[in-house]
Write a protein that binds this ligand. Structure first.
Ligand code: MN
Length: 504
């Protein structure tokens, strides 16, 4: 592929200097990889080029595009990191170095230990510069697209890793498109039989659902026109394979219980339009109680915003409808990148006064990035790091509110203990009890999204029992409780020792 072909495939424009930089990286990578082949027999250079094109779908800056083109150079060719530093500067060198370090996961037939070490490096790199992880995700996505050429034994390990590590990270960063594709491709390799079964089930259902959703789409457009609601687009979407598989497991394989197999998405102009659209729909189509979700007022922790509702159609079929603005739709696909590369790309600012893209410093304060940094400081042992990581990072998140309305982002299954330690470092030690939505609950009560949680305090620190370790779900709470128990246990030991000494 020539440079002109490559740059023309990118859907947005760069400045002259940016293009010059990308061109240099393109040529350097081409020279460095010359003569190398992929498993597929293609020239190696096609891989960094495709990775860069995948990355381009989230509109990154020129530095990140250049680093993606160079991402395998220092590892696989004579060209060194030093050469990159000299020719492309510190930043690109740092990005390539970060990606290379993560890449060792792929190259080694890793035992548990080195795998965890690499995982650790990956997170250190991530918290330093989120672009390292974006490049790595694009790299992995291209590798998944071409995984059929990899040896079967290795294929499974890569797919497993993709499902367990990379897809959850893409999800956490809010990059929906990448998450979906990573999941579906990895699922097909990891559990081929289950994959086929799910695809078959979907295919069997689809034609009938398709007819029904076309009907609904028509009546929805009529409703919106009748009510005078301005909308840009009404589109249908089919549920992704892996997401369907997970939901089926929840409902004992009963596909009739899955209401969002096909969903309609209404794209409107502004945030107020989202609410008037919801009103118009509910006026004509009966909503199912308890199924209206306002992710605009309370966005998901990964930044996802939209209104979801589930309604009965005129023929008494059940459908999910998603309502959002173009900007929210864009963000659901590009996630963190929609914020991160915002200013640099000079994309038109389409905020409507109600919602504004989070600033970079706000993003740096993302709870999970902070959690990761804490985790790294607290754990020296790789095994413990990984165990904690699985508890915290790969769980789904919930958000609960303080009585003042501050939002706390916690892992699913979190209890008032976790809440207390997340509000204030020591609040947990003074916790007598907790109220959820005004009612007293036990301290091991499982919190749900949207709960208002109030901690009842005492003046003196309370006695904390070993059980608290089972009730707490977050790393932060675990760490504090363990420290407390260690200190207080040694206190008991000292008392016992003194008693024994005295007896003598
Ligand atoms: Mn690569």
């Amino acid at each position: 592929m020539s440079f002109e072909e490559f740059i023309n495939k990118i859907q947005y424009s760069f400045s002259k200097e940016d293009i010059e930089l990308i061109h240099r990286a393109f040529d350097t990578a081409g020279k460095a990889h010359k003569g190398q082949k992929r498993f597929s027999g293609e020239d190696y250079i096609i891989h960094p080029i495709c990775a860069a094109l995948i990355l381009a779908s989230i509109f990154p800056d020129a530095t990140t595009v250049a680093a993606t083109l160079l991402h395998d150079v220092s590892e696989d060719t004579k060209y060194t990191l030093e050469d990159i530093r000299k020719e492309f500067g510190e930043k690109i060198c740092m990005l390539v170095d970060g990606v290379t370090k993560l890449g060792t996961v792929r190259l080694r037939n890793s035992t548990d230990k080195s795998y965890m070490e690499n995982l650790r490096k990956m997170f250190v790199a991530t918290s330093k510069d989120i672009r390292v992880i974006l490049i790595k995700l694009a790299d992995r996505l291209h590798n998944m697209r071409t995984i059929e050429y990899v040896k079967p034994a290795k294929r499974k390990r890569i797919a497993q890793e993709t499902l367990e590590i990379y897809a959850p990270i893409a999800n956490r960063l809010g990059i929906g498109e990448w998450k979906d594709e990573l999941e579906d491709r990895a699922f097909e390799v990891v559990e081929p039989a289950e994959y086929e079964k799910t695809v078959a089930l979907l295919k069997e259902r689809l034609p009938e659902s398709q007819i029904r959703i076309n009907d609904l789409q028509k009546s929805l457009v009529t409703i919106l026109r009748t009510e005078g609601v301005k909308f840009k687009q009404v589109k249908g979407r089919v549920k992704r394979i892996y997401s369907l598989y997970k939901k089926l497991k929840k409902y004992d394989g009963d596909i009739s219980k899955i209401y969002d197999l096909l969903a309609l998405r209404v794209i409107v102009q502004s945030t107020p339009d989202c609410y008037s659209t919801l009103g118009a729909i509910h006026k004509h189509l009966q909503p199912i109680p308890g199924r209206v979700k306002d992710f605009i007022a309370l966005p998901k922790p990964n930044g996802y915003r939209s209104i979801h509702t589930t309604v009965f159609s005129e023929n008494r079929n059940v459908f999910e409808i998603q309502i959002r603005t173009e900007q929210m739709d864009d963000q659901a696909e590009r996630g963190i990148a929609a914020h991160w590369f915002y200013n640099e790309q000079g994309k038109p600012d389409v905020t409507d006064g109600y919602t504004e893209a989070a600033s970079r410093s706000e993003l740096e304060e993302l709870q999970w990035v902070q959690d990761l940094q804490d985790l790294q400081e607290q754990t020296r042992d790789s095994k413990e790091f990984f165990d904690q990581l699985k508890i915290d990072f790969f769980r789904d998140r919930i958000f609960v509110l303080t009585p003042k309305g501050d939002v706390k982002d916690l892992p699913e299954g979190a209890t008032p203990i976790d809440f207390a330690f997340s509000v204030h470092t020591d609040l947990g030690f003074y916790m007598l009890g907790a109220k959820v939505n005004g009612k007293m609950v036990k301290i091991d009560h499982e919190l749900k999204s949207g709960d208002v949680v109030e901690i009842i305090k005492t003046k003196k620190p309370v006695k904390i029992s070993q059980d608290w370790l089972n009730y707490a779900k977050t790393t932060a709470a675990h760490h504090k409780i363990r420290k407390y128990l260690n200190e207080n246990q040694s206190g008991i030991f000292n008392t016992l020792k003194n008693m024994i000494v005295r007896k003598k």
